[in-house]
Design a protein around this ligand. Structure first.
Ligand code: NAD
Length: 252
C-alpha cells in the first residue's frame, strides 16, 4: 500500500517534462495513470496513453471518457499541458495570444468540465493545475505567458470555491524555471545557451533550476488524500524565487 493505491489519475501534457515526471511518480505511489497528450509517442506502459489535444473539446471529452471507462472512474486530474511565449505586450500577434490562452487556460476548462462528472463520484477527488511563478512575479519578456498563468491561478481559486462542497479539491503548483525539454528548447534558441543557463541558475536563490521530479512531488502531495484539507492554494516550487530577497553572495 502506498499513498495513492486504488486511485485513478489523468495527467495532461504527461508525455514530457513535469507531466511525465508526475505520471511516473503517481504510478510509483500506487495510482493508475493515464497520459493525455497531443503526442503520446514517448509514453510507455504501465502508463495508459491517450492522444488528445486540449484545444479540441470533442477530443478531450472522448479521451477523458475513455480513461474513466478503462479505469472504472477518475479521482485525480492534473492539468499540466502548457505552451510558452516570449515577448513584451508589443510583441505577440493576436493569433498567438489566442493560441496560448487556448492551450494554457481553456485547455484546463475543457479537461476539468469533462472530468468533473467522474470526480464528483470519487471519495478522494483532486484537481492540480500546473501554474507558474509567472503568475505571481513580474518576469521580463513574458507578457502573454504571464497573463495565461495569472488566469490559471485565478481559475484555480474559483474552481476550488465552486467544487469544495462537492468533495473536489482544487490547487495549483507554481514552479520556478524547471529543467525540462521546454527550457532546453528555450536555451537552444539563445545566442549563448551556456550563459543563458548560468543566468537562469543565478536568478534562483538556490543557485540551480528546479527539477521536474521536485514539481512532480508537490503535485503528488496535493493530489493525495494526505492533502485532504488543502484546497484553493498555490504551492510554490521555485527554489525560493518568489518569496526570498537575498543580498548578493559576496555581501551576505
Ligand atoms: P514540456 O514542453 O516538456 O511538456 C509539455 C507537454 O504538454 C508536452 O508533452 C506537449 O506535447 C504537451 N502539450 C502541449 N500542448 C498541448 C495540447 N494542446 N494538447 C495536449 N498536450 C499538449 O513542458 P514542461 O516544462 O514540462 O511544462 C509543463 C507545464 O509546466 C506547463 O504548463 C508549463 O507552463 C509549466 N511550467 C513550466 C516551467 C518550466 O520552467 N519548465 C515553469 C513553470 C511552469
Amino acid at each position: 500500500m502506498t499513498g495513492l493505491t486504488g486511485l485513478r489519475a489523468v495527467v495532461t501534457g504527461g508525455a514530457s517534462g513535469i507531466g511525465l515526471a508526475t505520471a511516473r511518480l503517481l504510478t510509483a505511489q500506487g495510482a493508475r495513470v493515464a497520459v493525455l497528450d497531443r503526442d503520446v509517442s514517448p509514453v510507455a506502459e504501465p502508463l495508459f496513453a491517450v492522444e488528445a489535444d486540449v484545444c479540441e473539446d470533442a477530443s478531450v471529452r472522448a479521451a477523458v471518457t475513455r480513461v474513466a471507462e478503462e479505469f472504472g472512474g477518475l479521482d485525480i486530474l492534473v492539468n499540466n499541458a502548457g505552451i510558452g511565449a516570449i515577448g513584451t505586450v508589443e510583441d505577440n500577434p493576436d493569433e498567438q495570444w489566442h493560441r496560448v490562452l487556448d492551450v494554457n487556460v481553456l485547455g484546463i476548462v475543457r479537461t476539468s468540465r469533462a472530468a468533473l462528472p467522474y470526480l464528483r463520484r470519487s471519495a478522494h477527488a483532486a484537481v492540480v493545475n500546473t501554474c507558474s511563478i509567472a503568475a505571481t512575479a513580474g518576469l521580463p519578456q513574458r507578457a502573454l505567458y504571464s497573463a495565461s498563468k495569472g488566469a490559471v491561478l485565478s481559475l484555480t481559486m474559483a474552481m476550488a470555491a465552486d467544487h469544495v462542497r462537492e468533495g473536489v479539491r482544487v490547487n495549483c503548483v507554481n514552479p520556478g524555471t524547471a529543467d525540462t525539454p521546454w527550457v532546453t528548447r528555450l536555451l537552444d534558441t539563445a545566442e549563448d545557451p551556456a550563459a543563458e543557463r548560468a543566468a537562469l541558475n543565478a536568478r534562483q536563490p538556490t543557485g540551480r533550476l528546479v527539477s521536474a521530479d521536485e514539481v512532480a512531488a508537490a503535485i503528488a502531495y496535493l493530489a493525495s488524500p494526505a492533502a485532504a484539507s488543502v484546497t484553493g492554494t498555490a504551492l510554490a516550487v521555485d527554489g525560493g524565487m518568489q518569496g526570498l530577497r537575498l543580498r548578493p553572495a559576496a555581501s551576505s
